[in-house]
Design a protein around this ligand. Structure first.
Ligand code: HGY
Ligand code: MN
Ligand code: MN
Length: 407
């Protein structure tokens, strides 16, 4: 399986940041170049490729009975700034390798197999994650899609035109029953499999993410001349909110409540000028939607209290507030049987990261195959899975796809 490792290395070199980090923001020059590289590899093995109106890419291995609903696999190749080379890409290029392995073993599927490259799994461009899988599963309304703006106030259609993706947004959502099942191969992005020395994680539940955009406006002014009681310092309000985000997650009854202020900007950013404005993007998750929603409500209240006390204007925009996904038992069992056939240790587990599978699970039976990653590091240049770990994931995926597409 040497070729898939070479392909992952080549893919990692298509990046806006220097090796070993990877930066590949959706619809950037690097993203489009990486998509073209993937599509060329799909054509090499005769897959039929369709690209939808927002760039979701479907590489299809026609089955003997094309009228049957297909089996899907896949993930994403967009990468947040200064991140690693395995997040998402193992599911796309490992999915391709699984298909090549089945082809080369002389297998022909009954049900067609589709390998997907989802557009924009990461929230970097528009603040919302899983844009491609949300839209193809009908979880994001066209009006909300049209409202999306990046930090330079550019809209989705501007990027689609520039990338020359054809078709109407209306055509992205798939018909109900399009897929018979979906399985995504992905690095764990956590330490459990490595710690417990287990080859394969089988995902039974995917956490429920939510994201808030908070804009704060104070007074600003001269850092030397405005007395402390006269200040309306947006930077201090942002700092207090950031600590409230941490406190709410720490004090939650559930250990699965996690929250981060991943973006915190102030203006005008001058040492002798009191911050007039602040901008925060907050990520808050739990595997239980009720606990998550309670934490979200607490946070909104705290933001309000802090801003009232500090006489700061605030606007709070809920970017997304998704339900967790429950993975389908017989798909989970199919993965387990595949791992056992290969003599691989395995463990059922929760995914604390969200994935495109979170949305695929809304339209078809879905599960995920996790492989260990070193010290659980992800979204970081040190992200790493060994070739052996990747190959065990690919073989498990291949046997799973064979079992699901054979009937
Ligand atoms: O943030 C996440 O959970 C995913 O890796 N985008
Ligand atoms: Mn990620
Ligand atoms: Mn990912």
């Amino acid at each position: 399986m040497q070729r898939v490792h070479q392909e992952l290395e080549k893919l990692a070199s298509i990046s806006a940041s220097p090796n070993p980090s990877v930066t590949r923001i959706v619809y950037s020059k690097e993203d489009l170049e990486a998509r073209a590289y993937f599509i060329a590899l799909c054509y090499e093995i005769g897959l039929k490729v369709r690209v939808d109106a927002i760039g979701n890419t479907f590489a299809r291995w026609e089955g003997k009975n094309p009228s049957l609903s297909a089996i899907g696999t896949g993930s994403h190749i967009d990468a947040i700034p200064e991140s690693g080379m395995y997040d998402g890409t193992v599911g796309v290029f490992g999915g391709l390798e699984a298909i090549r392995y089945l082809m080369e073993s002389g297998y022909t599927p009954e049900r067609s197999l589709e390998l997907l490259l989802f557009t924009s799994e990461e929230p970097t461009r528009f603040g919302i994650g899983c844009l491609g899988s949300r839209m193809l599963s009908g979880q994001l309304s066209l009006s909300n899609a049209r409202k999306l703006r990046d930090t330079k106030n550019r809209c989705l259609t501007e990027f689609l035109e520039r990338a020359n993706f054809k078709g109407q947004l209306e055509s992205v959502a798939l018909k109900k029953g399009y897929y018979h099942g979906f399985v995504e191969l992905h690095i764990e992005q956590g330490p459990i499999l490595e710690k417990e020395n287990i080859d394969i994680g089988i995902v039974t539940k995917i956490a429920a993410p939510s994201a808030l955009r908070v804009s704060l406006t104070g007074q600003g002014g001269h850092a030397g001349c405005v007395l402390m009681n006269d200040r309306r310092d947006a930077g201090c309000a942002a700092a207090e909110i950031t600590l409230a985000v941490e406190r709410i997650a720490q004090e939650s009854a559930s250990a699965d409540t996690v929250a981060t202020t991943g973006i915190l900007d102030i203006k005008p950013r001058a040492i002798n000028s009191i911050p007039k404005e602040a901008y925060l993007e907050i990520d808050l998750r739990d595997t239980d939607v009720i606990t998550r929603n309670k934490a979200l409500e607490d946070l909104k209240e705290q933001i309000n209290t802090i801003c009232n006390q500090r006489n700061i204007e605030s606007s709070v925009e809920l970017l997304n507030c998704d339900n967790p996904a429950i993975c389908q038992t017989d798909l989970v069992d199919t993965v387990q049987i595949a791992a056992e056939k290969l003599g691989l240790s395995h463990k059922k587990m929760i995914s604390r990261a969200y994935h495109d599978s979170l949305f695929m699970a809304q339209i078809c039976p879905t599960t995920m195959i996790f492989i260990p990653c070193r010290s659980g590091i992800s979204h970081h240049p040190d992200e790493y899975s060994t070739p052996e770990q990747i190959e065990k994931g690919i073989y498990t995926l291949a046997l799973t796809l064979k079992s699901l597409s054979g009937k």
